[in-house]
Design a protein around this ligand. Sequence first.
Ligand code: NAD
Length: 453
Amino acid sequence: MTSITLINPADESVIQTVEHSTIERVDDAVARAVDAQRRWAALAPLERASALRRFASAVDGDLENLARLEVANSGHPIGQARWEAGHVRDVLTYYSAAPERMLGSQIPVAGGLDVTFLEPLGVVGIIVPWNFPMTIAAWGFAPALAAGNAVLLKPAEWTPLTALRLGELAIVAGLPEGLFTVLPGRGDVVGERFVTHPLVRKIVFTGSTVTGKKVMAGCADQVKAVTLELGGKSANVVFADSDLEKAAATAPYAVFENAGQDCCARSRILVERSVLDRFLELLEPAVAGVRVGSPTEDSTEMGPLVSAAHLAKVRSYVPDDSQVAFRGTAPDGAGFWFPPTVLLPGSRTDRVVTEEIFGPVVSILAFDDEADAIALANDSIYGLSGSIWTRDIGRAIRVSRAIESGNLSVNSHSSVRYSTPFGGFKQSGLGRELGPDAAAAFTETKNVFISSD
Ligand code: NAD
């Protein structure tokens, strides 16, 4: 397959065909990136900062276009897609401050001066999934560029359009030719070549745990740095003493946003047994109230799934004899639609409880006490996100310290913030993105001793 025909997930119309990059094209882009990186790293920090600010401003000027590309290509509701494009701008703006703040240290030693430098790695390969094509790309490329690296970005096969546009905007903003190259194509061709090419010095991979393990094994061969952002099966833990109305009203948005195609989706709701019936009573109208429909409408809260293949996968988790508590609505006709679905599984080991479905399907389980809630929340190979609902501050602290997860929120379902670190425990990943330290993750620390003799 040398190209892919992109399909609008909301109506199944053909959008356009995108050529896949070959290995030769990747190798050529690496060679140009090596050259561009040397020139980029030699610029004054303020010049690199200014270039990133111009990139942010080019994204801002193209915000509506980027958002509409994402609506057509990925089926994201327009309001959400506008937020995503704005988030890319904000991530670039945040890391545009980094070039002038790549601080090393001065360490007291005898006989001279000892200083450390944060040296760029060189060329960084970023491989992203299809669920949030532009935001996840920006979490990698903005801090990587800020730290003085060149970047090659491989979008997912199904969703390359916003990444390609961001590549054009980088040029419009005056970033050096070859510094940031977007290479659409297959994972087992372009992605694998990033991993095997000796001049690509770090891989930032976001995607499934299965592929992440392969990428990590490939990186081991060259002792190549790797960051992994993988799957999740996060818990939304609701204690009896919580604001139950608020917990129920917000729970659908913590799992059905982006049609559940969110690594942070709270796809297990764990409810203290004494309030389970009341919680379900409150949850049912909240689920029915999720506005599922055309992603081009401002009022839409949930669009279609990304593709026919993904719809088939999600459907396979909800066969006819499933224990469905209730469902929301979804349009009929063309498009890859699946309604918000609430399950009451018979057992804690059911595959809907343990596997990442990556669709608008949530499982509800009852727990008996705090210890049971923690054990149930941690009974997963994953540990990415989660929420805790309680009015007891001591319990909030105890449970958030006990849950093995990288990103928790208490009495809210906070989404990702670019100014705070993000990443997973256990098989949800390795390393952290975003936050104040992300640019440093794209450097090697060099120690230099200067003798005072
Ligand atoms: P995927 O693993 O199938 O693909 C991810 C990317 O890897 C794609 O660009 C793909 O082309 C590429 N790829 C495939 N095979 C490869 C190989 N052998 N070598 C190198 N690259 C290869 O995942 P997906 O289905 O696109 O995305 C969904 C998954 O992503 C879910 O599991 C989700 O939880 C995860 N995800 C995680 C985060 C996070 O931050 N933790 C964020 C979003 C999505």
